[in-house]
Design a binder for this molecule. Structure first.
Ligand code: ADP
Ligand code: MG
Length: 410
């Protein structure tokens, strides 16, 4: 028997004309793999488990069928999406509002860092068909009765592994307890950990499953290099990179707020650079993102708050000025470049004492990175505490526990 050929373009799907029109306006014609495989299922009543790498269009994979299935303007929340961070939640809401534009389906984002009062008022005055929220703030609204899920038919857990990594398991369980029996549950994640599978076991009923394997972790489209250099040399290498590439438009990742602030200070004045970290006011963060998207500055220095699911078009560079604490975060950081088929380059800076971190990373991504010829140092044979150097204002060798910057909001 021959396999039925799966549709490749949105207009081959059984979507409402209003939805197709909006997709057309957005420039969406060809489906990504996860979209082609997931959407036909999600247009029917099913529970669903979807895994596909970062940058493969999971948001639209659930948003398109959601919009298609929702009746606009009933005044009831018909679908709920739970996501890990404010930025991601805002982005999902934005994408749904675009897809829903012609049909009149709306999504409202709710997240911490903004006053409850204002959010409650907005939810009351402009009732949305779909709520998109971070776990903590959703619970505040549910307990405060400012969101009613009694008519919610579909719940999406987006970037589930991320949420569980961030310790949101109890929050997710609590949120799910507010949803009516018989609702559909869709779980999406870039990776699928045992913990996510346990959530699926508990809450998904004979789910349809789609798994898209990473293409060797985007290795084909992202050139990955590493540098070994002392702290002082790292700054010089970064400056050279910026100088030699006038088209550079990228994100520089540091581990901590302090690292972000210090590096930004050292670069500011000479380069069009700004920063974002978790301790900034929400409104300032939004403004910074907006200006970066508009390319009012070319280099964004950030902590990992930004790495989770944020999408900015056409980044040329991801620079890990400090390697991520956790190899998983690396995948997310470099996933910011080479989105949707573009190419990109990722540079990761290691200090000579960080050989262990390098090895962990290489093991995780399952491939060697190339040592950049402009490296100025070499790994020390033995991992040991860094001695000498200037100032010592930052914590030294690995294992010193000096990374304090868990700046995640909810
Ligand atoms: P993921 O959640 O899998 O990491 P996103 O949903 O953030 O990925 O999508 C990545 C980017 O690809 C976004 O900019 C999105 O607008 C774009 N995109 C998604 N699907 C399509 C499509 N079918 N055609 C064109 N662009 C798309
Ligand atoms: Mg996503």
């Amino acid at each position: 028997m021959t396999e039925p050929t799966s549709p490749e373009r949105f207009n081959e799907l059984d979507l409402q004309p209003e939805v197709l029109q909006a997709l057309n306006d957005m420039g969406f014609e060809t489906m990504t793999d996860v979209q082609a495989q997931a959407i036909p299922h999600l247009l029917t009543s099913v529970d669903f488990l979807g895994q596909a790498p970062t940058g493969t269009g999971k948001t639209a994979a659930f948003s398109i069928p959601l919009v298609n299935r929702i009746e606009p303007g009933t005044g009831h929340v018909q679908a709920l999406i739970v996501g890990p961070t404010r930025e991601l939640v805002q982005q999902i809401a934005l994408e749904i509002n675009q897809i829903g534009k012609v049909k009149g389906v709306t999504a409202a984002p709710v997240f911490g860092g903004e006053r409850m009062y204002g959010q409650k008022q907005r939810l009351r005055e402009e009732p949305a068909d779909i709520i998109v929220g971070t776990p903590g703030r959703l619970i505040d609204h549910l307990q405060g009765l400012s969101i009613d899920l009694s008519r919610c038919r579909i719940v999406v857990l987006d970037e589930c592994d991320e949420m569980l990594d961030m310790g949101f398991i109890d929050d997710i369980e609590l949120i799910l307890s507010y949803l009516p029996q018989g609702r559909q549950t869709w779980l999406f994640s870039a990776t699928m950990s045992q913990e996510s599978l346990k959530v699926a076991d508990r809450h998904l009923y004979y789910p349809e499953e789609v798994r898209i394997q990473p293409q060797r972790h985007s290795a084909e489209v992202i050139d990955q290099y590493y540098y070994i250099a002392d702290e002082e040399d790292k700054l010089q290498i970064l400056k050279n990179l910026i100088k030699t590439d006038p088209d550079l438009y990228g994100i520089v990742f540091c581990q901590t707020k302090k690292g972000v602030v210090e590096l930004t200070r050292k670069l500011r004045g000479r380069y069009p650079v700004e920063c974002i970290h978790g301790a900034m006011e929400q409104s300032t963060r939004e403004l910074m993102m907006e200006r970066f998207r508009n390319r009012e500055y070319k280099l964004l220095v950030a902590t990992d708050v930004l790495a989770r699911g944020i999408d900015i078009d056409c980044l040329t560079h991801i620079i890990n000025y400090e390697p991520p604490r956790d190899p998983e975060a690396y995948i997310h950081r470099i996933g910011r470049t080479a989105r949707a088929g573009e190419t990109g380059v990722a540079f990761t800076f290691f200090e000579p004492y960080q050989e262990w971190d390098y090895k962990q990373l290489v093991k995780r991504i399952g491939m060697e990175m190339d040592l950049h010829p402009d490296s100025t140092g070499a790994f020390e044979a033995q991992p040991r505490r860094r001695s000498g150097g200037r100032g010592g204002s930052r914590s030294g060798g690995r294992g010193s526990g000096g990374y304090s910057g868990n700046s995640q909001g909810s």
